[in-house]
Design a protein around this ligand. Structure first.
Ligand code: ATP
Ligand code: LTN
Length: 337
């Protein structure tokens, strides 16, 4: 008999915790398009439950949840070919999370660098959810029997933990979970701050010149690139210690598809000023269609809601299959109907 291969499940998510940056775009969303091929079955989530690990203004959280969904589509994802949904619409995420908490060690969570960073940044609100964040993320991934998780490199440690939890559970109960693998591009998995190029560009950075938003206007984009921190050298080349220039070259390369040596030749004999201008223009041009599509989508809430609804129905179906299996394995009495 012909061996019909099951499509591989792909899962990823973004928090509606701020305005998305070109870091989120290049490190994550832009790369998801390739998983629309037949051999994959992709699910993208707006992880609102993760977002509340840091205090959010409710009306803003609601608006941003719509915005992230609109951005998924505006960045090129076809809602017919991908399942898109909102995390809090699928209760199984919270339910599995509780179970997996009992299979995750305190020591493991204490070692998570994101927890350490965020505890420092939010010193007055180091809540249990912030500590437990990676377990909810493991639940997101494992509920859908995910094989591939496309993310930026800052999420590597969380994916490793999700794998460890899955293996630990499977060792006790048999093959319940697929063991997921992180997927990172060679280029663009860590876009750096334009102001402190040794730090990751982050949507929650207070310095607005540090990050470029996917929805920034052309003027703002040009201004931010003009002000980007570089070095005292004058040659556009990719080299150790040239963090600012390396970062700008990476961004330029992601938008144009040019290699580092092609970029070096293109700007031979030209100064940083010309280079920054070119990067700004390329980024502004590249994002223009995204911004236009985004504005159209945000004007049609009913359409976005129809996608959320359909996505949640599919996601609930898949997620509940895994959750029932887990409940049975750990010894819970099935619901009496
Ligand atoms: P926050 O600053 O609120 O912690 P964030 O900007 O890190 O958020 P997330 O929602 O946590 O964004 O991440 C969404 C996706 O974007 C993840 O896959 C993450 O790895 C990726 N990502 C975030 N920042 C960058 C960056 N600077 N470079 C590349 N990828 C990134
Ligand atoms: N922690 C992730 C967001 C996230 C995620 C996920 C990514 C939550 N659940 C599941 C991939 C798969 C972040 O990017 N900060």
């Amino acid at each position: 008999m012909e061996n019909i291969q099951q499509p591989k499940r792909v899962f990823s998510g973004v928090q509606p915790s701020g305005v998305l940056t070109i870091g989120n775009y290049l490190g994550a969303i832009k790369n998801w398009k390739k998983f629309e091929a037949d051999e994959f079955d992709s699910i993208y989530c707006v992880v609102d439950m993760h977002a509340i690990t840091v205090r959010q203004v409710p009306a803003e959280l609601r608006r941003r949840t719509y915005e992230i969904l609109a951005l998924y589509i505006a960045c090129g994802l076809d809602p017919q070919k991908n399942t898109m949904f909102v995390q809090s619409h699928v209760p199984a995420h919270a339910e599995l999370s509780w179970i997996l908490n009992c299979y995750t060690m305190f020591g493991e969570l204490s070692r998570m660098t994101q927890f350490k960073d965020k505890s420092q940044k939010n010193a007055s609100n180091v809540n249990a959810g912030l500590f437990d964040y990676p377990v909810l993320m493991a639940s997101d991934i494992l509920l859908y029997q995910t094989a591939i998780v496309p993310v930026g490199s800052d999420q590597k440690q969380h994916i490793e933990l999700a794998r460890d939890i899955a293996m630990r559970f499977n060792q006790v109960y048999g093959d319940v979970f697929t063991i997921p693998e992180g997927y990172m591009e060679k280029n663009g998995t860590k876009i750096m701050s334009l102001q402190e190029p040794t730090k990751k560009m982050s949507k929650s950075d207070e310095n607005e010149n540090a990050s470029v938003g996917i929805l920034d206007e052309r003027d703002a984009i040009m201004r931010k690139f003009k002000r980007a921190v570089t070095d005292s050298d004058t040659v556009v080349r990719f080299a150790d210690g040239k963090d600012g220039i390396n970062n700008l070259m990476t961004i330029y390369s992601c938008f144009t598809g040019k290699s580092m040596s092609e970029i070096e030749s293109e700007f031979e004999g030209k100064g940083y000023g010309d280079f920054k201008l070119a990067v700004g223009e390329t980024v502004a041009d590249g994002l223009q269609p995204v911004r236009e599509r985004f504005n159209q989508l945000m004007a049609d809430k009913a359409y976005l809601e129809s996608i959320m609804k359909e996505g949640a129905e599919k996601a609930n179906y898949f997620a509940n299959k895994t959750l029932s299996k887990v409940y049975k394995k750990v010894g819970f009495v099935p619901k009496i109907r």
